[in-house]
Design a protein around this ligand. Structure first.
Ligand SMILES: [Zn+2]
Ligand SMILES: [Zn+2]
Length: 404
């Protein structure tokens, strides 16, 4: 880790990397404590309690119970913009397999996505910004969100007014990232995570004897055709330069070898980056499903469940974060191409307020064996320093000291 020298020192005297290094032991202790005591969904009460008391000790005004267990910390520090930093706090229903002495103490519950590290980073940022408050000017709004893994905690927080009183000008958000070896930070403008929808289709046919298909309407064959026809949306209706995924994850029909069942059910997911592409996929989907059903004499019911919008980074905020990464960690540390078809509910914040969602590489040496959402997930904890430093320095540049 190198620092590029004095040329980028602004009016503030906080050296973000040194400050983050200074509290490294504390960052690790926080992360390991959250790791050992994971909580799921919107019920991250223990974690939230610890966050709230730490923020209060540091002088923040604290609001608890947003989206059940979310916490908002506000530090009003003179004239200047309101800048928000968001982290998530929830774990996953996975039995941890790591032998570490900080392994989860809760059966079938594990911080396998790294939100324990995010919470620690959020507290580290809170500490450095509060202790160094004479170096910046503005209002810092820190969001600790529950329920990222499938509960849309971010959407609930937005509905409960978390983006008002005061409304932030810019939002920063971070995910530690085991898909890249430690040392890198990835920040890209535009869409970086996909819009996600779930869907369910039920084909209604006419049940009958497996030996006499001519007397029935077979929903199984109809469903099989629909699965293949749906893939033509990606290959025939979407340009090779555009991005979309349709995957069927569940197919259920019948339970006897010689009976044509009444119904067949499909469930799947759609991922897209662009709203135009999304609309086209959804429209074609209705046509393909209804058309396939009609051709076979069956009927179809389609239920679409939007999950999260695409996560789109603002150009100018992203270029500020990119500059910070280069200044603090060196040119080689910056990745600009990292995108994923995964989805993330921080998109609900970033569709309201411009911001940058960036990835802090946390892959240990054997990172390929420790992917997110695996029972062996673990991180290189030095990533906590990079995460805190990049957020702190970005905040300082967004809320510079205004002088007396
Ligand atoms: Zn996850
Ligand atoms: Zn995650």
């Amino acid at each position: 880790m190198t620092h590029s020298g004095e040329s980028n020192v602004k009016l503030n005297t906080i050296h973000a990397v040194e400050e983050a290094e200074r509290i490294y032991d504390q960052l690790v202790a926080w992360r390991r404590d959250f790791h050992q005591h994971p909580e799921m969904g919107l019920e991250t009460y223990r974690t939230a309690g610890l966050v709230a008391s730490t923020l209060r000790e540091l002088g923040y005004t604290v609001q608890e119970g947003v989206a059940q267990s979310g916490v908002v910390g506000l530090l009003e520090n003179g004239e200047g913009p309101v800048i928000m930093n968001r982290v998530d706090m929830d774990a996953l229903p996975i039995q941890e397999e790591n032998p570490a002495d900080y392994a989860s103490e809760v059966p079938e519950c594990m911080h396998a996505c790294g939100h324990d590290a995010h919470t620690a980073i959020g507290l580290g940022v809170a500490k450095i910004m509060a202790e160094g408050r004479e170096n910046w000017s503005g209002t810092l709004k820190l969001i600790f969100q529950p329920g990222e893994e499938g509960e849309n905690g971010a959407e609930i927080m937005v509905q409960e007014g978390v983006l008002e009183n005061p409304r932030p000008l810019v939002i920063l958000a971070t995910h530690i990232w085991n898909h890249m070896p430690f040392g890198k930070v990835a920040a890209a403008p535009g869409p970086v995570m996909a819009a996600a929808e779930a869907f369910r289709v039920v084909f209604h046919g006419k049940g009958g004897h497996g030996a006499l298909p001519e007397k029935s309407i077979d929903p199984v064959v109809t469903a099989a055709m629909a699965i293949m026809n749906l893939q033509t949306i990606i290959s025939r209706n979407i340009s090779a330069l555009e991005t979309a995924v349709i995957s069927i994850g569940a197919l259920h029909a019948g339970d006897a070898f010689n009976v044509i069942p009444e119904t067949a059910e499909l469930r799947g997911t759609i991922r897209t980056y662009d709203t135009g592409v999304r609309e086209r996929v959804l429209k074609r989907m209705v046509t393909v499903i209804e058309g396939t059903a009609e051709m076979m004499g069956a009927t179809a019911e389609l239920e679409l469940m939007p999950l999260t919008p695409a996560l789109v980074n603002d150009r100018s905020v992203t270029s500020l974060v990119q500059e910070v990464v280069v200044d603090l960690l060196g040119e080689d540390a910056l990745e600009i191409g990292e995108r994923t078809m995964g989805s993330e509910d921080a998109a609900f914040f970033l569709q309201e307020v411009p911001g940058c969602y960036f990835f802090v590489a946390s892959g240990p040496e054997d990172y390929q064996d420790r992917p997110h959402h695996s029972s062996r997930f673990d991180i290189e904890e030095r990533a906590l320093v990079n995460g805190v430093a990049v957020v702190v320095e970005s905040l300082l540049r967004l809320m510079p000291y205004r002088g007396d």
